[in-house]
Design a protein around this ligand. Structure first.
Ligand SMILES: Cc1cc2nc3c(=O)[nH]c(=O)nc-3n(C[C@H](O)[C@H](O)[C@H](O)COP(=O)(O)OP(=O)(O)OC[C@H]3O[C@@H](n4cnc5c(N)ncnc54)[C@H](O)[C@@H]3O)c2cc1C
Length: 411
């Protein structure tokens, strides 16, 4: 058994955990990143599951501030400057265009695996940061002025702060007894990369079907889109059991052939969909970030973006306190983090929940109302601009690392 000391222990090497390690290292704060290395993904193949992530400009800025965004191969970075959303049942639709708000684009599409790889590879070389792989935390012991983390190997780490970035299953959250209020949507998302006969023209498209939304996210390849098809579990199971030809045919029909025929769909993966939120993000010297604190429906592509904002805020408050010669890991700093992020996350959870249920309703009054609502909204430019700026992560109180940069600096 060996003991070591550091300032911050981060449990979980996903997008949130690795980004936090980069931000803390950049601020001169020592940390240890512990990752089990196990993925929580439920794939039908043994190969890496594909998941295309919509990334906001705020998140791109955070990743640019740690020099990760610049390292992503430009040829694998999708971007969208328009968005088209329509509802099968009511026929209502709404279109967003970045030129309406004088922006060059609305957001990016990145393969999660690509981004994760870049973050993971570079974490190993961060000054003041050690990475421990394939290890589990078995206990968390709070002491007056530190927290002791015991590992499966019986090694112990003494730190000032423990950050749980260890997924929505968060073993750390359970160890310290923080709650996670979960609501199952009784839906699953089927994801893959689909090739279409017509080009996507950098338009993100989403069609609301009675079973759930079907999104086509434009990748860097003009004929390939990342698919996120949310539907009831029986339908999801059947979509996964089909052969490729049958699946492509279902996909093109469900999407009304808007991108012509689907010629290829690659490996498919399936994910359970639920919403969850921790009523408290802090327990003594442990703090929750990312999916360990909240999980949202993927219909607006916000989950990872919220997690990146969590870690950007936490790192900023810690480093600000240090610069001002205050205790960077005090309850005051942690409470400030919770106040700032919990409110933003709560708003997003409520908004996405309302959208999910509004579009799932099969009551004719609600169907007519949402068709009317979508069409009316589509004709009010100032309201559309507000929605666009919000979805891009450019509204509200932002940490410095998420502030808008000139377009050229992040491309
Ligand atoms: C179908 C689908 C589509 C999505 N689309 C989008 C999108 O377009 N845009 C978007 O922003 N978000 C999207 N999301 C959400 C996004 O993928 C997640 O919010 C994001 O991956 C969460 O990152 P995280 O780092 O918090 O957690 P995770 O990615 O779950 O990473 C947690 C890490 O912790 C590790 N770990 C687990 N237990 C331990 C332990 N005991 N000790 C140490 N390490 C541990 C895991 O192995 C993992 O590496 C989507 C989600 C789904 C399901």
């Amino acid at each position: 058994m060996s003991d070591c000391q550091t300032e911050v222990v981060i449990a979980g090497g996903g997008l949130a955990g690795c980004t936090l390690a980069h931000l803390l290292s950049g601020a001169g704060i020592r940390c240890i990143l512990i990752n089990t290395g196990k993925t929580q993904l439920n794939s039908i193949t043994s190969t890496t599951p594909s998941r295309s992530l919509a990334i906001t400009l705020a998140s791109a800025n955070i990743l640019a501030s740690i020099n990760i965004w610049q390292k992503l191969p430009r040829l694998q970075l999708g971007l969208f400057n328009q968005m088209h959303v329509w509802d099968e049942q009511s026929g209502g639709e709404i279109r967003f265009d970045s030129t309406d708000i004088n922006e060059p684009l609305l957001g990016y599409i990145v393969e999660q695996q690509l981004l994760q790889q870049q973050l993971t590879d570079t974490c190993a070389y961060l000054p003041g940061c050690n990475v421990i792989n394939a290890e589990t935390v078995t206990s968390v012991i709070n002491q007056t002025d530190s927290v002791v983390i015991e590992l499966g190997t019986e090694d112990r780490i003494q730190a000032q702060l423990l950050v749980a970035a260890d997924s929505n299953h968060s073993p750390i959250r359970k160890l310290v007894g923080l709650e996670y209020k979960r609501h199952d949507y009784q839906q699953q998302a089927v994801t893959c990369l689909a090739t279409s006969s017509l080009p996507h023209e950098n338009v993100a498209r989403q069609r609301f079907l009675p079973g759930g939304p079907l999104a086509f996210l434009p990748t860097a390849d003009p004929s390939v889109c990342g698919i996120v098809w949310s539907t009831d579990p029986d339908h999801a199971r059947s979509l996964l059991s089909m052969n490729e030809t049958q699946f492509c045919s279902q996909l093109e029909q469900a999407f009304e052939y808007r991108l012509g025929n689907i010629t290829d769909c690659g490996d498919r993966s399936r994910f359970d969909l639920f919403r969850a939120h921790a009523p408290e993000y802090i327990h003594e010297r442990t703090v929750l970030v990312g999916d360990a604190a909240h999980t949202v429906h993927p219909l607006a592509g916000q989950g990872a973006n919220l997690g990146l904002l969590d870690v950007a805020v936490l790192a900023e408050l810690i480093s600000q306190a240090r610069q001002q010669y205050r205790n960077p890991f005090s309850q005051r700093v942690l409470r400030h983090y919770q106040r700032w992020r919990k409110l933003d996350n709560q708003r997003m959870l409520v908004f996405l929940d309302a959208l999910k249920y509004l579009f799932a309703a099969d009551n004719s009054l609600l169907i007519n109302l949402r068709g009317y609502g979508l069409n009316t909204l589509n004709s009010i430019p100032c309201l559309k601009s507000r929605i666009m700026r919000h979805a891009m992560g450019l509204e509200g109180e932002l940490p410095r690392s998420a502030m808008p940069l000139p377009y050229a600096e992040i491309m």
